[in-house]
Ligand binder design. Structure first.
Ligand SMILES: Nc1ncnc2c1ncn2[C@@H]1O[C@H](COP(=O)(O)OP(=O)(O)OP(=O)(O)O)[C@@H](O)[C@H]1O
Ligand code: NI
Length: 314
C-alpha cells in the first residue's frame, strides 16, 4: 500500500462553552488515508464526524481547541498551518470538499458551467469544464443549466466536478447521500469511489452504513467523539469486534432492524463517564450479547491492521 496521503495522530477537538463547560467533539482520532482507498467514517448523528472534517480544512469556529496532528504527504501539518496556507494551498488543491446537500451550495443565478469555470480558474485546475463533466459522468451540455434545472443526481455530479476542479489528492465528502433515494445513493457513492485512484483517496463521512459497505475499502467507526473500531471495511463489517459496530449493523434492514437501545452520552459528559466507566460505550454495552467483557480502555489498539478499543478480539 502507498504512503498515506493524510495521517491523523490523536486529533482532538473541544468546544469551550464558557463556565467551564466543554463539548468533547473529537477525541484522539488516529487514522491513515492511503492513495486508491475509500475510507468511510461512520457513526450516529452528533458523534463528531463533521467536526473532524472541519478541523482538517481549518474551518472550525473560534471557540474550538484543537490538538494532535494531521499530516499531509509532503509534510504540511494541517492543524497548525496558517489560514493563508490552508486557503492558498490546501482547500480545493489538496483536499477537495463535496459538501452536504450539493445543490444548495451552487449559486442559483449562475449556470453550473460558469461556476465550474470560475473554480477551475481560481484553483489553476488542469482540466477544462467539459473534461471534468465527462469525468463525473455528466453530459457537458448539462453544465449550461441553472442549478434549479438540475436533478438531484446532476447536482451531485456538479458538486463532485467542483471538488475535483483543483485536482486534489484527497476528496472529502461530508454526508454526500443525505436526502437521496437508494438508487441515487448508489450512483453517488459509486462515483465517489471511482475518483479514488492510484494517487487519490476519498474520505467519505456518512451515517449510512449500507453506502459505506458498498464502496469503502476501509472504515472507521466513531462513537461519542472516539474512533472505536477501524480497519479493512470488508473485515470489520463481516465480523465486527466492537459491540457498537455490531449494534450499527444490527440496526440495518438486513441486520434485522434492531436499533441499539439507549442513546449516546452527551458530549459534555464524556470526561466524567470515562472516569467512572472507562469506556464511553459501556452504558449501552451490556445490551449487546456475545462479546467479551469491556476492558474499559478507550485507546484504539492495533491488532495487525485492525483497530479496536476496549473489546480486544478473543
Ligand atoms: N461550534 C460548536 N460549539 C459547540 N458544540 C459544537 C459546535 N459545533 C459542533 N458542536 C457539537 O459537536 C458535536 C459533533 O458534531 P458533528 O457535526 O461533528 O456531528 P456529526 O457526527 O457530523 O453528526 P451528523 O451526522 O448529524 O452530521 C455535536 O454534539 C455538536 O453539537
Ligand atoms: Ni464497553
Amino acid at each position: 500500500m502507498g504512503e498515506p496521503l493524510l495521517e491523523l495522530e490523536r486529533l482532538s477537538v473541544r468546544f469551550l462553552l464558557g463556565r467551564q463547560a466543554e463539548v468533547r467533539a473529537v477525541t484522539d482520532a488516529t487514522l491513515q488515508l492511503r492513495p486508491g482507498r475509500v475510507l468511510a467514517l461512520v457513526g450516529e448523528s452528533g458523534c463528531g464526524k463533521s467536526v473532524l472534517a472541519s478541523a482538517l480544512l481549518g474551518l472550525l469556529p473560534g471557540n474550538a481547541e484543537v490538538r494532535g496532528k494531521a499530516l499531509l504527504r509532503g509534510g504540511t501539518e494541517l492543524l497548525s498551518a496558517p489560514e493563508q496556507v490552508l486557503a492558498g494551498q490546501v482547500r480545493g488543491r489538496v483536499i477537495g470538499l463535496v459538501p452536504q446537500s450539493a445543490g444548495t451550495h451552487l449559486t442559483p443565478v449562475r449556470t453550473a458551467r460558469s461556476q465550474l469555470v470560475e473554480t477551475i480558474r481560481a484553483l489553476d485546475g488542469p482540466a477544462d469544464a467539459d473534461a471534468l463533466a465527462e469525468r463525473v459522468g455528466l453530459d457537458p451540455a448539462a453544465l449550461d443549466r441553472y442549478p434549479h434545472e438540475l436533478s438531484g443526481g446532476m447536482a451531485q455530479r456538479v458538486a463532485l466536478a467542483l471538488a475535483l476542479a483543483g485536482n486534489p489528492q484527497i476528496v472529502l465528502a461530508d454526508e454526500p447521500t443525505t436526502g437521496l433515494d437508494r438508487p441515487l445513493v448508489h450512483r453517488t457513492v459509486d462515483l465517489l469511489a471511482e475518483t479514488a485512484t492510484e494517487d487519490r483517496a476519498v474520505l467519505m463521512i456518512t451515517h449510512d452504513l449500507a453506502a459505506a459497505r458498498r464502496v469503502a475499502t476501509d472504515i472507521a467507526v466513531m462513537y461519542a467523539s472516539r474512533v472505536v473500531e477501524a480497519g479493512p471495511a470488508a473485515e470489520v463489517l463481516a465480523e465486527p469486534w466492537h459491540p457498537y459496530t455490531a449494534g450499527l449493523l444490527a440496526a440495518l434492514p438486513d441486520g434485522g432492524f434492531r436499533p441499539i437501545p439507549g442513546h449516546p452520552p452527551a458530549l459534555t459528559e464524556l470526561d466524567r463517564i470515562e472516569r467512572e466507566w472507562g469506556c464511553v460505550f459501556c452504558q449501552r454495552c451490556p445490551d449487546v450479547p456475545g462479546f467479551p467483557p469491556c476492558t474499559g480502555d478507550p485507546e484504539l489498539i492495533d491488532h495487525g491492521g485492525r483497530w479496536v478499543a476496549a473489546h480486544p478480539p478473543c
